[in-house]
Design a protein around this ligand. Structure first.
Ligand code: NAD
Length: 260
């Protein structure tokens, strides 16, 4: 379905990004992985995906908080693959605390990684996509691009920002065969969510079990976590030719959360 195409998936050594990378590879696209982690584990993942689908899989460890490293990553992917046709802006971090106690360095890091990185990747990759008159950009936003929750000031600000960036880029690129969409997951049980359970418990003065039942799943009418596979399937579809008229959207995948 996507054979002959090449993709960058930021933050794809874990969680949702890894699931999306696996899905694109299964559809025949070459993939550049990015993210942090144990080098041996990352190499094993890279090798496994490449062997499983007979495609080229590369790893680039650029820090998504650094615009220069991001530009170099896109240049490397264009040189190695010949093109970057698909760009998935997925890298993200979370921190949960009341505004008065929110560490300034966490605010800066969340804005850089969850929002500015997508500007830097698009800025670097758009010319190539325009020259080929084809491109797919999917920003992994969040239900928090559409609604807020307390104690997540930086994350909600960054995710609302990415919704605006998605719409702006969609308008700028619309006549060049490039679509730009944001997918907006509710809670997915990945390391990012596992880590915030004790933080939420502390910020709210409740137990970790109460965080799962009364905070996380309370937001989702379906009362179950969204899965990585569900997100991967949607992103895959957005990258196909059949999705060429879907652009500038913020698509909730949140079990009904934002229907409230
Ligand atoms: P995760 O922690 O499992 O994965 C995050 C990935 O980003 C990892 O590969 C990590 O190495 C990478 N990363 C972090 N900082 C980086 C940096 N500075 N440079 C490069 N890579 C970096 O988290 P996840 O839950 O899979 O989250 C992925 C995306 O999905 C994030 O943008 C997150 O905001 C979004 N999201 C997650 C949920 C959820 O419930 N898990 C819900 C909505 C949106």
């Amino acid at each position: 379905m996507l054979s002959g195409k090449s993709a960058i998936v930021t933050g794809s050594t874990s969680g949702i990004g890894l699931g999306i990378a696996r899905g694109l590879a299964a559809s025949g696209a070459n993939v550049m992985l990015n993210g942090f982690g144990d080098p041996n584990e990352i190499e094993a993942i890279r090798q496994e995906i490449a062997d499983g689908h007979n495609i080229k899989v590369l790893y680039n460890g650029s820090n998504m908080a650094d615009g220069n490293q991001i530009a170099a990553m896109v240049t490397e992917a264009e040189a190695e693959f010949g093109a970057v046709d698909i760009l998935i802006n997925n890298a993200g971090i979370q921190y949960v605390a009341p505004i008065e106690e929110f560490p300034v360095e966490k605010w800066d890091a969340i804005l850089a990684i969850n929002l500015s990185s997508a500007f830097h990747t698009m800025r670097a990759a758009a010319s190539g996509m325009k020259s080929r008159n084809w491109g797919r950009i999917v920003n992994v936003a969040s239900a928090h691009a559409l609604v807020a929750s307390p104690f997540k000031s930086a994350y909600v600000a960054a995710k609302h920002g990415i919704a605006g960036l998605t719409k702006t880029a969609a308008l700028e690129f619309a006549e060049h065969g490039i679509t730009v969409n944001a997918v907006c997951p509710g809670y997915v049980m990945t390391p990012l969510v596992e880590k915030q359970i004790p933080e939420q418990a502390k910020a709210r003065g409740i137990t970790e079990q109460q965080v799962i039942s009364d905070v996380l799943l309370a937001a989702q009418p379906t009362k179950h976590f969204v899965t990585v596979e569900e997100l991967s399937a949607l992103v895959n579809f957005l990258c196909t030719d059949n999705a060429r008229s879907i652009t500038g959207t913020t698509l909730p995948v949140d079990g009904g959360w934002t229907a409230h």
